[in-house]
Design a protein around this ligand. Structure first.
Ligand code: UT7
Length: 320
């Protein structure tokens, strides 16, 4: 038993911010950002929230899937930027869309989040404990960004992507996933410290910090290895893959992965120029983008891969 994607949707904030606009308040340029990352603009939340964008993307995905909210029995949101510590974004979405029969929870696995929740859903399908799952990757990273730090504020954006999955034993999916917490501080945002009547800590709310080069090196080494492992598990080769849907952090990472796999770069769709790095939302927004453009079609065999905070990674080989 595995699953089929039967509907997708996405939602981004109304405000798009260009590289030139960012260059008005930090020492950077469109040339540096676009050449080093491939990013030209990103969407930034003004009124939008993680749960609100999630619900919007979810409604579009359910409409396309022709599935009612009551039919959803598993609802998972991958996010590092839920609007509240609790309840979870997934429970907020459940209430907003009326998925009254769904178990609902969040997963924090950075930019790998959507791949992780696909693997979790696959486990539910295999166990026979879910028939229809609503998976969402959603972020408002802009609220965790230090807008004075040019090394990070040019990279991240906000948005949400959703997919409805249905149990289907005619499809195959193989994963290769992992984590290395010992390198976790390469990309972090601290929470509040302990603070109570017995211990007082002075603190300011933290922002995202990243050792960009360390994460870059991790990505270009780990992602091709994970993809090769997933391909081997699936018993297929790079040539059998129609599309490689990779987390959109940096075009140079994607070019390096394509080169290491000896796969044509044309098979790696790129959307980071319009969205920036939207962490857990990146892969589902890319899937939706490719569905809408007619590039991702039934019976294709594709690779999906994510990598990021944790450090975490995952690659999947699956039939569409
Ligand atoms: O999604 C989660 C996973 N995250 C990632 O995959 C991100 C991985 N890392 C990267 O994509 C890249 O490392 C970055 C895009 C973050 C940085 O690119 P880089 O080519 O590694 O640049 P760098 O950090 O080596 O910095 C090169 C220079 C430095 O100046 P000096 O020391 O050579 O004078 C930086 O201060 O570029 C400078 N710099 C900037 N200059 C203009 C750093 N950020 C900027 C900026 N504008 N925004």
């Amino acid at each position: 038993m595995s699953f089929r994607i039967i509907g997708t949707g996405s939602c981004v904030p109304a405000k798009s911010v260009s590289n030139d606009e960012i260059a008005q308040f930090v020492d950077t340029s469109d040339e540096w950002i676009s050449q080093r990352t491939g990013i030209r603009s990103r969407y930034i939340a003004i009124e939008e929230t993680t749960a609100g964008m999630s619900a919007d993307a979810a409604r579009k995905a359910m409409d396309e899937a022709k599935v009612s909210p009551e039919e959803i029995d598993l609802l998972i949101v991958a996010t590092v930027s839920a609007d509240r510590f609790y309840p979870s974004a997934a429970c907020e979405v459940q209430a907003a869309i009326g998925a009254v029969n769904a178990m609902a929870f969040d997963v924090n696995a950075g930019c790998t989040g959507f791949l992780y929740i696909m693997q979790i859903a696959d486990g539910f399908f295999r166990a026979g404990t879910a028939k229809k799952a609503l998976l969402i990757g959603a972020e408002t990273l802009s609220k965790m960004t230090d807008w004075n730090d040019r090394t990070t504020c040019v990279l991240f954006g906000d948005g949400a992507g959703a997919a409805v999955l249905e149990a289907d034993d005619s499809r195959r999916i193989c994963f290769s996933a992992g984590a290395d917490g010992s390198r976790g501080l390469a990309l972090e945002c601290k929470n509040r410290p302990v603070n109570n009547p017995f211990v007082k800590n002075e603190y300011e709310l933290d922002h995202t910090h990243m050792d960009g080069q360390a994460v870059f090196k991790f990505a270009v080494k780990t992602v091709p290895a994970a993809i090769e492992d997933a391909l081997e598990k699936a018993g297929v080769t790079v040539d059998d893959i129609d599309l490689f849907l990779l987390h959109q952090a940096n075009i140079r990472i994607i070019e390096s992965v394509a080169k290491r796999l000896n796969a044509p770069i044309e098979k790696f769709p790129i959307i980071m120029q319009d969205y920036g790095n939207i962490s857990a939302a990146s892969v589902p927004v890319l899937i939706d983008d490719q569905m809408r453009k007619g590039m991702l079609k039934k019976d294709m065999k594709v690779v999906m891969a994510g990598f990021g905070a944790g450090l975490t990674w995952s690659a999947a080989v699956l039939d569409i």
